[in-house]
Ligand binder design. Structure first.
Ligand code: NAP
Ligand code: GLV
Length: 310
C-alpha cells in the first residue's frame, strides 16, 4: 500500500511521513510531492490539501483528514467524488478541547479581563459574579467535541444547553435540535461556545442576527472554524456592547495576518488554532489504526459523511 502525506508545512509533512512509516511496516509512506506516479497512491493523509492534488490520484481508496474537520478537504473543487474521507478524532483531541472550553468559559464567567484590569490599576476591586448554576452557557454542535465540552460545563455546574441537527440526550444538558429550535437555544444564553463543523448550513452562522438573540453583554467563544463568524458583525456587536468579550481560536485567514484588527481589540482574546490539536504521540497511531482497519474491512468508525459535510 502507498500512502501520500500532505501538510502545508514541509517539516510537519516530514514528521507524519516518519511517524506513519514506523507505524505501518510494509507500507510505502512518502510526501505527496515526492511520489512521481500518482497512480500508485492508495491513501492520502492530508491537512488543507492543494486544490486538484487529490484528483491526480486515480486509484485513491480513502482520504484521511489530519483533524476532526473535513471542510479543508471538501473545499477542493476538484475533489474526486465518492472517495471515503476518514476523520482523525480520539481521546486526546476531546480532552484538549474540554480543557480549552472550560478555561475560556470560566474566564468569561468570572470576568477575569475586568479583574486583571483592576490588578493593573492596583485597584482592590472585587468582581463578584453569579454562581455557575445561574449562568446560562450554550454549546453549538454536540458531536465528538461539543458533547464532551457540554458535559464538562454541566459537570462544573453551569446551566448548560446544547444545539445539534438531531435530537439527543445528554446528562445535565438541555438539548435543542434543528434550525427551528435555534432561537430558543440562543435566547438568554450568556456564554456561547461554537463547536459546529463548517458546512453550507453553518457558514457565517455567528452573525448579527444570532448575536441579537443572546443575553445583552454575552461572551462568544469560537473554537470551530473562522468562516463560522461574520467578522464585521462581531466588531459591531462588541462596539455596541451587545457582546462583551470574545475568544477566537480560528480565523478566515490562518495564520492571522499581522495587521488584523483582531490582534489588539481590547475585548478579544486570540489563540492560534490551538484549542485542540492531534497529539503527536497518539495521532499517528489513530491514523495507522484507521488505515489498517479500512484496508481490512473497507470501513472504519471515523468515516465522515461527505454529503452531509461532516
Ligand atoms: P462532529 O463529531 O462531526 O459533530 C458535529 C456536531 O455538529 C453534531 O452534533 C451535529 O449534529 C452538529 N451539526 C452539524 N451541522 C449542524 C447544523 N446545520 N445545525 C445544528 N447542528 C449541526 O464534529 P466534532 O468532532 O465535534 O468537531 C466539530 C468541529 O470542531 C470540527 O468540524 C472542526 O471544524 C472543529 N475543530 C476545531 C479544533 C480547534 O483546535 N480549534 C480542533 C478540532 C476540531 P448531529 O449530532 O445531530 O449530527
Ligand atoms: C482542527 O481544527 C481539527 O479539525 O481537528
Amino acid at each position: 500500500m502507498t500512502v501520500a502525506v500532505y501538510h502545508p508545512l514541509e517539516e510537519t509533512t516530514r514528521w507524519w511521513v516518519d511517524a506513519l512509516t514506523e507505524l505501518l511496516p510494509g507500507w510505502q509512506v512518502a510526501a505527496m510531492d515526492e511520489i512521481a506516479d500518482p497512480a500508485r497512491v492508495d491513501y492520502a493523509v492530508v491537512w488543507r490539501p492543494r486544490p486538484g492534488a487529490l484528483a491526480r490520484c486515480p486509484n485513491l481508496r480513502a482520504i484521511v483528514s489530519i483533524g476532526a474537520g473535513i471542510d479543508h478537504v471538501l473545499a477542493d473543487p476538484a475533489l474526486p467524488r465518492g472517495v471515503p474521507i476518514i476523520r482523525t478524532v480520539g481521546r486526546d483531541l476531546t480532552q484538549r478541547m474540554r480543557e480549552y472550553v472550560a478555561l475560556h468559559v470560566l474566564r468569561h464567567h468570572r470576568d477575569m479581563p475586568r479583574q486583571l484590569q483592576a490588578q493593573r490599576e492596583r485597584d482592590w476591586h472585587a468582581v463578584v459574579v453569579p454562581v455557575a448554576p445561574r449562568r446560562s452557557v450554550g454549546v453549538m454542535g454536540l458531536g465528538n467535541l461539543g458533547a464532551a465540552a457540554a458535559r464538562t460545563l454541566a459537570g462544573l455546574g453551569f446551566a448548560t444547553r446544547g444545539w445539534a441537527r438531531t435530537q439527543k440526550s445528554l446528562d445535565g444538558v438541555e438539548v435543542f435540535a434543528g434550525p427551528d429550535r435555534l432561537d430558543a437555544f440562543l435566547d438568554g444564553c450568556e456564554i456561547l461556545v461554537n463547536l459546529l463543523p463548517l458546512t453550507r448550513d453553518t457558514s457565517g452562522i455567528l452573525d448579527a442576527r444570532l448575536f441579537g438573540r443572546l443575553a445583552e453583554g454575552a461572551c462568544v467563544i469560537n473554537c470551530a472554524r473562522g468562516a463560522h463568524l461574520v467578522d464585521a458583525d462581531l466588531f459591531a456587536a462588541l462596539d455596541s456592547g451587545r457582546i462583551k468579550q470574545a475568544t477566537l481560536d480560528v480565523f478566515h485567514e490562518e495564520p492571522l495576518p499581522a495587521d488584523s484588527p483582531f490582534w489588539d481589540h481590547p475585548a478579544i482574546t486570540v489563540t492560534p488554532h490551538i484549542a485542540s490539536r492531534i497529539d503527536a504521540a497518539t495521532g499517528g497511531k489513530l491514523i495507522a489504526a484507521n488505515l489498517r482497519e479500512f484496508e481490512r474491512t473497507g470501513s472504519c468508525p471515523d468515516l465522515a459523511d461527505a454529503a452531509r459535510g461532516y
